[in-house]
Design a protein around this ligand. Structure first.
Ligand SMILES: Cc1cc2nc3c(=O)[nH]c(=O)nc-3n(C[C@H](O)[C@H](O)[C@H](O)COP(=O)(O)OP(=O)(O)OC[C@H]3O[C@@H](n4cnc5c(N)ncnc54)[C@H](O)[C@@H]3O)c2cc1C
Length: 293
């Protein structure tokens, strides 16, 4: 199976997409509609997040397997260390290998129940993502990605400490990093440049999620870990009671940011899709990366 690194090669800008494991049969239909709508646009890869526990994890594994076996897409399986012993992690990685999935995004994950709570590792498990990178690498010929945080991980003391641990997991054998959401290009570009200045050549992919509604915006702000810049609030404010105007402005803002990132030479744009394809297709169409939606 091709690797993410291979798919990112070449001068033309690429894009990738992230899906969530479906919660039920209705969700499954929504996911597969988005998968099929995006398949023809040839994303570099599609990644599927790893559920917080039990049945959600089985659904991640099932959806990843289906994408590997029933589509032309390149799946990237997310995996976290949450509540897993090393033996269990080995099993999941082995299962991915058995169905031909060779691309893994290695994450520590958040404490179950409270993402900002104190991290407690499984007694026979791993503490940090760099250990999972090493484990996946040990177990076979995998292409491994990790998470990066343009504003710093919420539990990091400062940006220097955050960079130190990002470099540690990249140097443990990761090939690329996918960034958490951010509002303006600069924090991402600064992080990318600091990684390169430290002598690390791993690809850094910006994470993009257009602001489509006031509710969606609140989630974006929460995930990013940073307040919305005044300029963006000012642009969205007139549309507080106008969903169509809000959405159109959100697509404008995302398109402008993506254009700047492409001008700065990012190898690919990674879209957080929430299992819907329309906004991703619109932004890609406006950028001229695919035929207009
Ligand atoms: C692109 C992306 C995809 C994601 N997908 C998922 C998913 O599928 N499922 C899910 O549950 N969550 C997912 N998350 C959320 C992620 O699991 C959390 O943000 C988690 O808190 C951090 O994971 P990490 O892999 O960055 O951890 P780590 O890199 O281990 O970092 C966690 C914290 O510990 C610090 N740290 C790292 N190493 C050390 C060390 N050696 N000593 C001391 N401190 C250290 C870091 O600075 C950071 O503050 C995703 C996040 C991103 C950005």
């Amino acid at each position: 199976m091709t690797s993410v690194v291979e798919r990112l090669q070449g001068d033309t800008p690429k894009f990738s997409v992230e899906f969530l494991p479906p919660r039920d049969a209705e969700d499954e239909k929504i996911l597969w509609k988005a998968v099929r709508e995006l398949e023809g646009l040839d994303p570099a890869f599609v990644s599927i997040t790893y559920g917080a526990g039990g049945s959600r994890r089985d659904r991640t594994i099932r959806a990843t397997g289906r994408i590997a076996q029933e589509t032309t897409l390149l799946p990237v399986a997310h995996l976290t260390a949450v509540d897993h012993s090393v033996a269990e992690l080995r099993n999941v990685i082995g299962w991915y290998a058995a169905i031909g999935v060779r691309n893994v995004l290695a994450l520590r994950g958040d404490p179950p129940g409270d993402p900002m709570g104190e991290w407690v590792a499984h007694p026979e498990g791993l503490n940090y993502a760099d250990e999972l990178v090493r484990l996946v690498r040990e177990l076979g010929d995998f292409c491994v990605g990790v998470a990066a945080f343009p504003y710093g991980h919420p539990r990091s003391a400062d940006l220097d400490t955050d960079l130190k641990f990002l470099l540690r997991k990249l140097n443990a054998g990761a090939d690329y990093a996918v960034a958490q959401l951010f509002h303006e290009p600069e924090p991402f570009l600064r992080l990318r440049d600091r990684v390169a200045a430290a002598g690390c050549s791993a690809a850094m992919l910006p994470g993009i999620m257009p602001m489509l509604s006031a509710r969606g915006l609140a989630k974006i702000v929460e995930l990013s870990g940073a307040d919305l810049p005044v300029e963006i609030s000012r642009r969205l404010e007139p549309y507080a009671d106008d969903p169509a105007g809000f959405r159109a402005t959100g697509i404008d803002i995302a398109t402008e940011m993506c254009q700047r990132l492409l001008d700065e030479g990012v190898p690919a744009l990674h879209f957080y899709t929430m299992n819907r394809s329309k906004a991703t297709r619109e932004v890609l169409g406006r950028l001229g990366l695919v035929a207009r939606a």
